[in-house]
Design a binder for this molecule. Structure first.
Ligand code: E4P
Length: 218
C-alpha cells in the first residue's frame, strides 16, 4: 500500500519524507489556500518545490471546470515536472479531460469520487488514480470504507489498472481498514501517518528495557 500525504505544507511533507515511508503527495485548492499559496506563478512554483522534496507522485489539481480549461491547465501542470499527476474533478467535462490525458500518456487522479459508478467511469476513462473521499462520506453518516470495498471488487472483476487512492482519510483506523480491504494508496494528514507509530505497550516496554539496562550498567 502506498502512503501519500494530503497537504501543501512543505515542513510536513519533509517530515513524512524523512520518516522514509512516503510515496507521494496530494494537494487540492483548499490545501494550497490554507498555506497562503495564491497567484498562478506561486502555485506552479510550489508544486515544483513539493516535487523536489518527495520521491513520488504529486497530484496537482486543475481549477478550471470546463473541458478546454482543464486541458490547458492540465497540460501546463504536467509539463512542470515528471512527478506531477493532473488532478481532475469527477464531472462530465472532467471525464472527457481524463480520456484526453490518458490518450497522451499524461497521468491523472480523478477526485471528488463518492460512488462506485463514478469510480467505474474514471477507470473506463483510463485514470491513473481514482480518489474516493471516505472521511467526507463518514461525515454524512455513510460508510466510506464500504465504497472502497465496492470499488475494489469492480476493479478486480475487470482487471482495471486504475489505482484506488483512498482519500479524505482522517485517522489511523481509516488507514488500517483501507489496507485490509486492499486500497492501493491512501492519502491522509501527517497525524494519521505518525499515529500508526503509537502503542502504550511499546512505550511501557521501552521504558522497562531502558530501566533494566541502566540498573546493570551503572
Ligand atoms: C484528496 O485528494 C483530497 O485532497 C483530500 O483527501 C480531501 O480530504 P478532506 O475531506 O479531509 O478535506
Amino acid at each position: 500500500m502506498k502512503f501519500f500525504i494530503d497537504t501543501a505544507n512543505l515542513d510536513q511533507i519533509k517530515e513524512a519524507q524523512e520518516l522514509g515511508v512516503l510515496d507521494g503527495v496530494t494537494t487540492n485548492p483548499s490545501l494550497m489556500a490554507k498555506e497562503g499559496i495564491t497567484g498562478r506563478n506561486n502555485i506552479l512554483k510550489h508544486y515544483v518545490d513539493i516535487c523536489n522534496i518527495v520521491d513520488g507522485d504529486v497530484s496537482a489539481e486543475v481549477n478550471a471546470t470546463d473541458y478546454e480549461g482543464m486541458i490547458k491547465e492540465g497540460e501546463e501542470l504536467a509539463e512542470l515536472h515528471e512527478q506531477i499527476v493532473v488532478k481532475i474533478p469527477m464531472t462530465k467535462d472532467g471525464i472527457k479531460a481524463c480520456k484526453y490525458f490518458t490518450d497522451r500518456d499524461i497521468r491523472t487522479n480523478v477526485t471528488l469520487v463518492f460512488s462506485a459508478g463514478q469510480a467505474l467511469l474514471a477507470a473506463k476513462a483510463g485514470a491513473t488514480y481514482v480518489s474516493p473521499f471516505i472521511g467526507r462520506l463518514d461525515d454524512i453518516s455513510t460508510d466510506g470504507l464500504s465504497l472502497i470495498d465496492e470499488i475494489r471488487q469492480i476493479y478486480d472483476n475487470y482487471a482495471f489498472e486504475t489505482e484506488i487512492l483512498a482519500a479524505s482519510v482522517r485517522h489511523t483506523m481509516h488507514i488500517v481498514n483501507c489496507a485490509k480491504i486492499g486500497a492501493d494508496v491512501m492519502t491522509g494528514p501527517l497525524s494519521a501517518i505518525t499515529g500508526l507509530l503509537k502503542h502504550p505497550l511499546t512505550d511501557s516496554g521501552l521504558a522497562q528495557f531502558i530501566a533494566d539496562y541502566q540498573k546493570g550498567n551503572q
